[in-house]
Design a protein around this ligand. Sequence first.
Ligand code: EPZ
Length: 419
Amino acid sequence: MKNNGKFEIVGGNKLYGEIINQTSKNATLPIMSASLLACDIVKIIDYPNISDVHNMAKILKCLNVNMTFEDKVMVLNTKNAIYNDINCDLMKTMRSSIFLLGAMLARFKHATMSLPGGCDIGARPIDIHIDAFKKLGVKVKENNGLIDFDAKVSRAKKIKLRLPSVGATENIIQFACLLKGKTTIINAAKEPEIVDLCNFLSLIGAKIFGAGTDKITIYGVDRLHGGIYRPSGDRIVAGTIMGAVAVAGGDVTIRNAVPYQNLNFIKKLTLMGCQIDYKNDIIHISRENPLTSIKEISTGYYPDFPTDLQSIMLAVSCYASSDTQIVENVFERRFLTVKELIKMGAKIDCISDKEIVVKPSKLRGNKVKALDLRGGAGLVVAGLGAKGKTIVNNARFVDRGYDHLEEMLSNLGANIKRT
Ligand code: EPZ
């Protein structure tokens, strides 16, 4: 993948044109993991060409999964996959590899993993994953930073999650597909990425009911088979492009935009003065008049306002006509970008580590740095409306989830380049 690099943005250009949105990072990653269950050939069409996908591929290669990347098609041959400890460097590179655990336990009946550890946006504990596996009879033993999981004697049953964790839901679904009997997950995550994963698993022979609701039932089967699947559009990347139009102004059509997965965000931008209409998988967004404002944004579990679009809304709120209160209820360290925006002249009051108030600000370009994936994208969006040049360092953070964000935006008329 690209070296670290930086984005250089000169604000002031409006955005016009049409863009085809990439497929979902947070659907593609668990589907890559679930391909282990097929013991066959799986093809993922239109996969997003982002570093998190390539890091997941590196991890799967450690398990002897044969992978090829043809034009827009990822081919995973998991027939000859073998067990291997996931080395801690790879785990630390991408903590979301934790949901490989469910697939590995289903296929190999045991796994040793290092604690994935925290990341930029929070401690990212895995207690809910561990508690759920234990309830399904998996033996869990910690020994100096590593955790051994033994699933030889496990049994299907009803389990309730302490909170609707996306990763934990994905882990248990994968594990239960090949677990004899009926497993029910109460308080399951309802994110669209869960639906995508379950659509894929059903395609390869799994028996799953209730995906997208808070109660998911999985009937274990003896074996699964290969298949060809195209993940849905990335709702967070589509939201990022919409945020860019809200800041820069203009008129843009986004295809593969999954509008029905972003209704909360669309409503908020509409209230702020954007004109948005959508049909099937197309979103049309324009903004000609100055942004007005909305009083409050409060993130939550789907279908509440998505935490992954909080940094984008943070950037948009700088250009609003009055104060915006932003409350982050999902992750404990998701305001890292505030101090970088303040370098650009943003007026932001920090009320607590969960709550800030963004005041109308006249942003001007400055040298700033991406500190996490979505925060980095937020800084790029903020730069589109700032006076002068903004340099966003640590572009590698943004490359984790965006397939050439600079190309997406320059194709719409933004003055942005990658250096
Ligand atoms: C997934 O992370 C996404 N990542 C995140 O997107 C997204 O922000 C998050 O879901 C919430 O929607 C992927 O899908 C790869 P959680 P995940 O488990 O599964 C706490 C992005 O930018 N928790 O739903 O790790 C946790 O600390 C990324 O694309 C526990 O306490 O999220 C957090 O506060 C960032 N114990 C909350 O639950 C646990 O065992 C939600 O986490 C697990 C989670």
